[in-house]
Design a binder for this molecule. Structure first.
Ligand code: G1P
Length: 291
């Protein structure tokens, strides 16, 4: 029997410099895809996978995320008085105890951000979702749900695994793959941001993880790695061979909303699916491309 995954960590301390000036006063995680902030999609994805407690590792200037998941008393009261529908706010109010905010005080890397959550995670397996990776699955079967289903079969540690063009591998954590069985691939090695031409494969980790709590002990003394940062990838690599470690191929679409192109693609793709927008946006896009 595997222990259930009840907690998810969302590292949201990053400065979002690639989206300046938009992110000068607004956390990048609150940038909307159509009308919901990026972080909301990640929280929905975790909740759909049965996860109850959301742990946000934040930093200075990120206070708006905490307000976002609270009750917006004035706005809600006004809307109610006006007889307006409040369903747009569904899923935005996390109950007390189910939203935990911790600060990463120094930008020492993703591994360090995760380590900041160690006392809240405690001694149980947990999920990690990087909100700027927008993973769009079929309704009710998002990326984390698919990973939790796989976890219930094989236990241990899992990362999402995604094939990308080889030349893009220097930007990511890359998997050295072993045997493949359906959507599951054995992970025999992990390298963070390999130099061009040195990646062990074109299979990357697009920001979704289920890890055993042991990774926190490794992070405790993890040396700096790629980019002079404490890397989660390096700590995970130390678990390989000691515990089961698999990659899960996601059945769905991935948008890298950490890049401007990916963010715009996500907006377009979602708008083209929305009953209230799709006809208008399709017609507009066609006209625009014909200009
Ligand atoms: C981080 C991780 C990397 C992962 C990537 C996914 O990198 O360190 O392993 O592949 O997220 O987006 P970052 O984008 O923070 O440089």
């Amino acid at each position: 029997m595997t222990k259930p995954i009840r907690k998810a960590v969302f590292p949201v301390a990053g400065l979002g410099t690639r989206f300046l000036p938009a992110t000068k006063a607004v956390p990048k995680e609150l940038l909307p895809v159509v009308d919901r902030p990026l972080i909301q999609y990640a929280v929905d994805e975790a909740r759909e996978a049965g996860i109850e407690q959301m742990i946000f590792v934040t930093g200075r200037g990120k206070g708006a995320i905490e307000d976002y998941f609270d009750i917006a008393y004035e706005a809600e009261a006004t809307q109610r008085e006006r007889g307006k529908d409040l369903s747009a706010l569904d899923g935005t109010r996390l109950e007390p105890g189910n939203a935990v905010f911790i600060r990463q005080q120094e930008p020492l890397g993703l591994g360090h951000a995760i380590w900041c959550a160690r006392t809240i995670v405690g001694d149980e397996p947990f999920a990690i979702l990087l909100p700027d990776e927008f993973m769009k699955g079929a309704r009710g079967n998002g990326c984390m749900k698919q990973m939790v289903d796989a976890y219930e079969r094989v236990g241990g540690n899992l990362v999402c695994a995604l094939e990308i063009p080889m030349e893009d591998t220097p930007n990511y954590g890359v998997i050295a793959p072993g045997a493949r069985d359906g959507a599951l691939t054995q992970v025999t090695g992990l390298v963070e941001k390999p130099a061009l031409g040195t990646a062990p494969s074109n299979l990357i980790v697009p920001g979704r993880y289920i890890l055993q709590p042991d990774v926190m002990h490794i992070l405790e003394t993890q040396e700096k790695g790629a980019g002079g940062e404490i890397q989660l990838t390096d700590a995970m690599a130390a678990l390989i061979g000691r515990q089961p470690f698999h990659g899960v191929t996601f059945d769905g679409r991935r948008f890298d909303c950490g890049s401007k192109a990916g963010y715009i693609e996500a907006n377009l793709a979602l708008a083209l699916e929305r009953p209230d927008l799709k006809d208008h946006i399709r017609a507009f896009a066609q006209e625009e491309l014909a200009r």
